[in-house]
Design a protein around this ligand. Structure first.
Ligand code: LHQ
Length: 263
């Protein structure tokens, strides 16, 4: 499929997806959803892929849903937004969180509405200091979607989640870092370098172990400790059977840098 709304690059074990509708602040229309879904499916089936970076072209990360053509005329039947979520946003969040590798959001500028929540669904969020996170939904009478009401209270606690969602006030990248909504806020002109360095690091790491770590942490709020311990046992059992575990221990004992293959 020709890509008109995204850029998708492969470089060694690194996969980079750039949302590319800069004149619309990378807001999502159906075509962009379809192209992003195809790219994520290809990463999921790509044995060489070891890390995914998601970023935006131009001055925004993403302004969420493209609101063009979304006006509802007086007397017209209201739209079924649940269908839009079911068809596009929910599968998108499920794909990102299920990917068996670290997913980095490089938030280069404003992330609003579903755009903010797509960033939060990534495993590590690195934001340029000029970026802002806006739960814009309240301004148009909607509910934070794309996992927003799930991730927000887990990341920043109930009081801040409520404040952000109910007021739709913009949150600066630095404040987002202080609150634990993002991992790091960095100077704008170092974002690319920081993210590239991190992506290169992950491309040389024990991918299967990292994927199981991501899975365990994502499941942490869903079960009591006793059940979660069983999960950790199962994931550790799987990690212990990887080639990278063997290599990691061997390299440690031989006092050399491990050469992980992601297997
Ligand atoms: C846009 C957009 C946009 C189209 C900027 N659409 N053009 C799921 C289910 C189904 C339906 C509903 O939604 C959802 C999930 C959602 O994501 S709902 C939330 C949708 N997003 C928003 O409400 C955010 C709307 N955008 C904004 O509030 C501002 O644009 C932000 C704060 C992101 C940036 O503000 P500024 O830096 O002042 O830029 P701007 O507003 O001037 O925008 C620049 C251009 O981008 C402008 O076009 P123009 O032709 O005038 O240059 C905007 O119309 C366009 N744009 N967001 N979501």
């Amino acid at each position: 499929m020709a890509q008109e709304t995204i850029l998708f690059e492969r470089e060694g074990g690194i996969r980079r997806l750039t949302l590319n509708r800069p004149d619309k602040l990378n807001s999502f229309n159906v075509q962009m959803h379809e192209e992003v879904a195809a790219a994520l499916r290809s990463v999921a089936g790509d044995k060489e892929a070891r890390v995914l970076v998601i970023t935006g072209a131009g001055r925004a990360f993403s302004a969420g849903q493209d609101l063009g053509g979304r006006t509802v005329k007086e007397g017209e039947a209201p739209p079924d937004l649940g269908k839009t979520l079911e068809a596009y946003y929910n599968p998108l969040i499920r794909r990102i969180t299920a990917l068996e590798m670290p997913v980095i959001a490089a938030v280069n500028g404003v992330a609003a509405g579903a755009g903010a929540n797509i960033a939060m669904a990534c495993d590590l969020v690195i934001a340029a200091k000029s970026a802002k996170f806006i739960q814009a939904f309240a301004k148009i009478g909607l509910v934070p979607d794309s996992g927003g009401t799930w991730h927000l209270p887990r990341l920043v606690g109930m009081a801040r989640a409520m404040g952000l969602a109910l007021t739709a006030e913009p949150l600066s990248a630095e404040q987002a870092e202080e609150w634990g909504l993002v991992w790091k806020a960095v100077e704008d002109d170092t974002l690319t370098e920081t993210v590239n360095g991190l992506a290169e690091h992950f491309a040389s790491q024990p991918t299967k172990g990292l994927a199981l770590t991501k899975k365990a942490i994502r499941a942490a709020f869903d079960s009591p400790l006793s059940e979660h311990l069983d999960k950790e046992r199962d994931y550790q059992r799987a990690a212990g059977k990887t080639e990278d575990y063997r290599e990691g221990v061997q390299a440690f004992m031989e006092k050399r840098t491990p050469e992980f293959k992601g297997k």
